[in-house]
Design a binder for this molecule. Structure first.
Ligand code: SGN
Ligand code: CA
Length: 531
């Protein structure tokens, strides 16, 4: 509606003079720029636009306010490197080959950056990519090796490693701005992947925000003390805030006296040693009093669990504040340089994250908090401010959507679908179910291999490694997934229907038991393990 009104106004103007008609023509021909912002492990619960009340992210929210917010955005495989491979290729993990963080990624295959590059885009990849090898499809790349570091990080610029001094979130942004300002060819449309390391574990805040949540006491979600009844696989997790979060490494209780003995104390020490003396002094000034206070309290049991949750939230959310600031700087840059109107800006995360739900941190499971991911997007030329999309969108859909917006034919073998028509209201037709796979087991955090489907209301999960465990959830009645209704007679028809849909989706996407077995064998071989 708004678009047709605008077009009407423009065509009226075009009758007035030739020069404005010409300008219009160039505008029509102009392909949109794309700024694809992604953070690592940024839960939707920690973006204020999603309304969870934990923190304030005014700059990230601005993208949704001036564009669209996706309230049912999901990943296809809730883990870092696979998720990035899915976004680049528009294909499920079992098709693009990057099924877990361990397997190598094949950069030789097609990706949407290569397609944009071929059609005349300038392309850049900046920040965390977590895929081995030199990124292909990019005129410029400056990426973190592996997970990257918060303080004084190394970067690999077009294949050459160098160390930067300072805080990773700011450095990544400076590199991005420098590329926008001085390194690209300004006569071409551009694609910039600007991917932050934060707020990935171990949530090391920037000095500026050490005290941001000093006076706040965080209350955990209602299912923080979950007992995992009727969910035997969930019960075997190793991602409990109380049981597994490391006091020295994750929660910075690295005392000089060495009285707080933890499994990952050595890693905590390495991280600390990366800082220079000024950074260390600021760090100590903040954490030393907290360490002393913690020791004096001698907390145990439930009190210790609540203390850990509160400390976790304080650090995790502080790192997000730095991300939000920098997103603001980038949006300002686009405004100041007349780029806002014709630039698609997307904000998303490589997956969701647990902020105490089920007592957890980390991700991997197909349960909502890690299956979901935030997606906010702005494109003033086409997207009406304040739009909300509640269709089942997946990170699989980014590649085809970007190609669609750029006017490039979407290759037939891409498995995702462009959500362009959904966003601009041209069409309401969309898939009614989404497919999920997870493979990294046996491994860190002990989340067993599984796959499953989700519709608007129900979710079916199958854990299949050394058991044959099924879970079914009625998300309308049980949004926090505490009540597995698999084999509950009241849901017999739903169960049957969901099984049928699972088979259909596995066929549609070309997945199979043979695939599962193949990936398991490759994984075990790589790790030198036996099943
Ligand atoms: C590291 C973390 C894990 C995390 C994985 C995967 N441990 O191994 O907690 O699940 O990364 O994260 S740490 O001790 O190294 O911090 S991912 O986002 O890269 O997939
Ligand atoms: Ca991640």
């Amino acid at each position: 509606m708004r678009n047709s009104i605008l077009l009407g106004v423009f065509s009226g103007l075009s009758l007035i003079g030739c020069s404005s008609a010409k300008k219009q023509e160039t505008e029509k021909r102009e392909k949109p720029n794309i700024v694809f912002i992604m953070s690592d492990d940024h839960a939707y619960q920690a973006i204020s636009a999603y309304g969870c009340g934990l923190n304030n992210t005014p700059n990230i929210d601005r993208i949704a306010k001036e564009g669209v917010i996706f309230t049912k955005g999901f990943v296809t495989n809730s883990i870092c490197a696979p998720s990035r491979a899915v976004m680049l290729t528009g294909k499920h993990s079992f098709v693009n080959g990057k099924v877990d963080n361990l397997m190598p990624f094949d950069w030789e295959q097609d990706n949407f950056a290569k397609q944009l590059q071929k059609s005349g885009y300038q392309t850049a990849m900046i920040g965390k990519i977590h895929l081995n090898g030199l990124p292909q499809g990019f005129d410029y790349s400056n990426v973190l090796p592996g997970q990257g570091q918060y303080y004084n990080p190394d970067f690999i610029e077009n294949g050459v490693k160098k160390q930067y001094h300072g805080y990773c979130t700011g450095i990544t942004t400076d590199i991005a701005m420098e590329w926008l300002e001085n390194k690209r060819d300004k006569n071409k449309p551009f694609l910039m992947l600007y991917h932050q390391k934060a707020p990935h574990r171990t949530w090391m805040p920037e000095k500026k925000y050490f005290d941001l949540f000093k006076d706040k006491q965080f209350t955990p979600p209602a299912n923080f003390f979950d007992k995992y009844e009727n969910r035997p696989v969930a019960a075997k997790h190793e991602m409990g805030i109380y049981e597994h979060m490391d006091l020295a490494y994750d929660l910075k209780m690295l005392d000089e006296e060495g009285e707080i003995k933890t499994r990952l104390r050595k890693n905590a020490q390495w991280m600390y040693e990366r800082m220079d003396s000024t950074q260390k002094a600021a760090w100590d000034a903040h954490y030393k009093p907290l360490i002393a206070e913690f020791k004096a309290k001698g907390l145990k049991g439930k009190e210790l669990a609540l203390w850990k949750y509160d400390r976790y939230m304080k650090d995790y959310l502080s790192t997000i504040q730095s991300v939000d600031d920098r997103v603001g700087e980038l949006l300002d840059y686009l405004d100041e340089n007349g780029l806002a109107e014709n630039t698609i800006v997307v904000y998303t995360s490589d997956q969701g994250f647990y902020l105490g739900e089920h007592g957890w941190f980390d991700k991997r499971f197909m349960y909502e908090e890690s299956f979901r991911t935030p997606i906010l997007m702005r494109y003033p030329k086409e997207i009406k401010a304040g739009t909300e999309v509640d269709k089942l969108i997946q990170n699989l859909d980014f590649a085809p959507a970007f190609l669609d917006y750029a006017g490039i034919t979407i290759p037939k073998d891409i498995q995702g679908e462009s959500f362009r028509k959904i966003v601009n209201g041209e069409s309401g037709e969309w898939r009614d179910a989404i497919y999920y796979t997870y493979y990294e087991f046996p491994g860190e955090h002990n989340v067993q291999r599984h796959h499953g489907i989700r519709t608007d209301r129900y979710k079916l999960i199958h854990f299949y490694y050394d058991s044959d465990t099924w879970e079914l959830y009625d998300l309308e009645k049980d949004p926090t997934e505490m009540n597995n209704v698999y084999n509950n007679l009241a849901y017999a028809d739903v169960q049957k229907d969901m099984h049928k849909k699972l088979i259909e989706l596995r066929i549609k996407y070309d997945d199979s038991d043979e695939n599962d077995k193949k990936h398991l064998q490759r994984f075990l071989d790589a790790k030198n393990l036996k099943h």
